[in-house]
Design a protein around this ligand. Sequence first.
Ligand SMILES: N=c1c2ncn([C@@H]3O[C@H](COP(=O)(O)OP(=O)(O)OP(=O)(O)O)[C@@H](O)[C@H]3O)c2ncn1[C@@H]1O[C@H](COP(=O)(O)O)[C@@H](O)[C@H]1O
Length: 109
Amino acid sequence: MISTDILRRLAETIEARKGADPASSYVAKLLDRGLDDILKKVGEEAVETVMAAKDGDRLHLVREVADLWFHTLVLLASQGLGPDDVLAELARREGISGIDEKNSRGAGQ
Ligand SMILES: N=c1c2ncn([C@@H]3O[C@H](COP(=O)(O)OP(=O)(O)OP(=O)(O)O)[C@@H](O)[C@H]3O)c2ncn1[C@@H]1O[C@H](COP(=O)(O)O)[C@@H](O)[C@H]1O
């Protein structure tokens, strides 16, 4: 089974691209272009993910989600964050599942 190690390894590769020659690496090029271009790619990949799901093409969907995850890892790195921050948030929610929903329902009332 493939573990979350792949996310960490990929995040390390992305981190190592900071300051690298943009001509030598896609990640370095994207980081060099800046936040707006990274956000544009995340938006594009999110839309392509939705379209693949609507088409019912499961392989295409997996590939688009991989593109989306990859570009969100670049976004996180650009903000000084990484997959462990998101995994920790998901783990935190595991412990409060159901509670948040009740709280948020109550919050506006
Ligand atoms: N996982 C990926 C990955 N997924 C997608 N892409 C690239 O993301 C780009 C955008 O994909 P699109 O399908 O949107 O293609 P496009 O519309 O032609 O792209 P644009 O030029 O418009 O941005 C393509 O150039 C893909 O090659 C990736 N590029 C790199 N990685 C990983 O990042 C590592 C470091 O990559 P480099 O920085 O290039 O060494 C690699 O070893 C891989 O593990």
